[in-house]
Design a protein around this ligand. Sequence first.
Ligand code: UD1
Ligand code: UDP
Length: 356
Amino acid sequence: MIAIVLGTRPEIIKMSPIIRACEARGVDYFILHTGQHYSYEMDRIFFEELRLPAARYRLDVGSGPHGEQTGKMLAGIEAVLLKESPDYVVALGDPNSALAGALAAAKLHIPVCHVEAGRRSYNRMMPEEINRVIIDQIADRLCTPTEVTRGNLLKEGIDERKIILTGDPIVSAVRENLAVAQETSVILEEMHLTPKGYLLVTAHRAENVDSKERLESILTALRALSAGLSLPVVFPLHPRTEKKIREFGLSLDGIQSTSPLGYFDFLYLEANARLVLTDSGCIQEEACILGVPCVTLRDDTERPETLAIGCNVLAGTDPDRIINASQRMLSLEAGWKNPFGDENSGTCIVKLLCTS
Ligand code: UD1
Ligand code: UDP
């Protein structure tokens, strides 16, 4: 039996191909939802749109400081694992939910499979970087997206026999759901946008939005870009960002902000954007897969593959840097090849778990 631990928006989206592969193979599995994300538009909308089965366990841990949030998850996950005794626990990426799932399992000597293993920003100020390093050290199977991430694991002395190059399940999530989005989404009409006639922005990293200066700097750059290019800037606000904009008393004038969107609407917006500006991990990859140039609002990335092929640049949060990088990327032709593998990653991961 396989226990799939998840708790945040990107985990739900990227686990979906793995869940589908479990269903297709008739594998005995269950979903354990930590409740790290709980608002309808950060959680349930994805279960509905992606037609995922309900979680067998929901811990309702909610928001809180890192120690408290991760500690509550650990206690809750441990109790479930003791009851169910799964053969494998699958954790994906780098949120606190993934760390708690992997740590609870490892302490109970239940094998851990880490999907998206080996990603490194080499910036330990990022809470997610600490989570990645720890999960990779305690995992028994490391499903790594690219040769770069495999190399990172080998440099940290991880046994080569534990590492499997599976590609990233985001590739199938994008391809499968874009087809549905193209049929169903009316977001462009609703927001009065035209294909390739707007910029799409997301920002939610604690390092950016918990700092008034950095967040204000991003908003200043977006306003200037929109005015300079005479293009709307569309910004679906992560709840953390929305809360911080209110708390800091910042203005969203000149920016077309919305609530967080469902996956179909967001993917459709992303595929039709002229340019994506983001500090999200997953969206750097999605933009690359969709052939849309990306400006990353950070000074480092755990997706250097996108920098190497030229579809993404780092711009930090300084307005001049963001504007210059955006102008450069706007004239880019999308001729690159997606480096994150094919649609078979979910199937490959489940097959591996069933045969080892
Ligand atoms: C978390 C992950 C981050 C991931 C992101 C995906 C960690 C350390 N961070 O960041 O790696 O990129 O999810 O989106 O695990 N909130 C709501 N409703 C929700 C969830 C959150 O209103 O459903 C608000 C709360 O005010 C909360 C804040 O957002 O305090 C931050 O939530 P939290 O889960 O702590 O971190 P994220 O910023 O979402
Ligand atoms: N996403 C979404 N609606 C939104 C913003 C993002 O469905 O309003 C999707 C996006 O397509 C991607 C994932 O959420 O698949 C990214 O999540 P996020 O940026 O929160 O997390 P990260 O990847 O940075 O961990």
